[in-house]
Design a protein around this ligand. Sequence first.
Ligand code: DAH
Length: 347
Amino acid sequence: MQESITSLAAEVAAADVSSTAALDQFRLLYLGRKGRLADLFDQLKTVPAEDRRAIGQQLNGLKQQAQARFDEAQAALEAASANEPADASFDYTLPPVPHALGTRHPLNLVREQMLRIFARIGFAVAEGPEIEDDWHNFTALNFPENHPARDMQDTFFVEPAPGAEVAQPHLLRTHTSTVQVRVMENEPLPIRRVMPGRVFRNEAISARAHMMFHQVEGIYIDENVSFADLKQTIYYFVREMFGEEINIRFRPSYFPFTEPSAEIDITCLICKGAGCNICKGSGWVEIGGSGMVDPAVLENCGIDSEKYSGYAWGMGIERITMLKYQVKDLRLFTENDVRFLRQFEAQ
Ligand code: DAH
C-alpha cells in the first residue's frame, strides 16, 4: 500500500496537464470516482487497523496534491486562452463589412410620390387626428343619425374614460374625409388640400382587406368648380403615377357627402386587364371614391353653398402600392419581413 501511494504521487506530479484534453484525462484518471485514487481509498479497508489512520492521512494528502495540480493547470489554461485571439488566422487589417442601410417602406414611398404629384398642381398637405368624434367622421359628412349608410364602414368606437362626460361618441376614424371637414371648418377659401393618413375598420384581415390601412384624401373648394375639374385632376394623377397607357373610368356610385358621386377604376396592372383574383376577373380595379362635395356638407362646415362648390376624392395607398409593385397580398405590408421590405428602393 505504502509503495502504491509513493508511486502514484510521483505519477501525479509528472503527469501532462499542458492542454485541455490532457487535463481532462488527468481528472478522469486520478480524481474521478473510478480513478486510481478512489481505488486506493477502496483498499483502505484491507489495511491493518493500527496502520489505517496513518495511511488514510497520506491518501488524503495525495488527493489534495492532485486536486491542487488540477486547479492550477486549469487556471493557467484559462488565462492563456483569454489572451489569445479567437481565430489566430483572422486578418485584422481587412476593411470592415459596411452596415447595410435600411430601405423605405413601400407604403411610405408611394404616399410621398402621391403627395409630390398633387403638390405640382397646387395641393398642400393637411393632417388630422386618428381618434375622431362622431361629428367629423359622420354627421358633418351628411351621414344622418341611424342612417344605414353608417354601416358602410364598420367602426371601432373608443370607450370614454370611466366617469368622463363626452358630448358625442369617439371612434377610430374610418376614412380621411374627417380631415376635409376640419379643413373646411378652419381654413380660408379657396381650399386646395391633400390629406394622407391611417384609417381603421372592423374587418377580418385577408389578402384584400385589413383593419388598418391608409388613404390620401383630396379637396378643392372655390367658385365655379365643376365635375370636369375633378376628372382632369384624377386623369393627371393616374397618368403621373402609372403612365400614359393606363385606362381610367368613373363609375357612378353613392357617398353621403358627395353629389354626384363616382368611384374611380383603372386598368388592373396585375393582369394588364386580362382578369385575375385582385380585379375579380373584371380587368378593372377601384382606386378610390370621388364626387362633388354635397352642398349640405359645405353648409355644415360654414361655407356658402350658393357661392362655392368643390370636389373631393379619397384613395387607398395600399391599393395603389399593390398595383404599382404587383403585390398580391395586403398583409405583406404589416408583417415586417425584411426579405419583402428590402426590395423597395427610394426613387
Ligand atoms: N371616404 C370614402 C371611403 O373611405 C372615400 C371617398 C369617396 C372620399 C368620395 C371622398 C369622396 O372625398 O369625395 O370609402
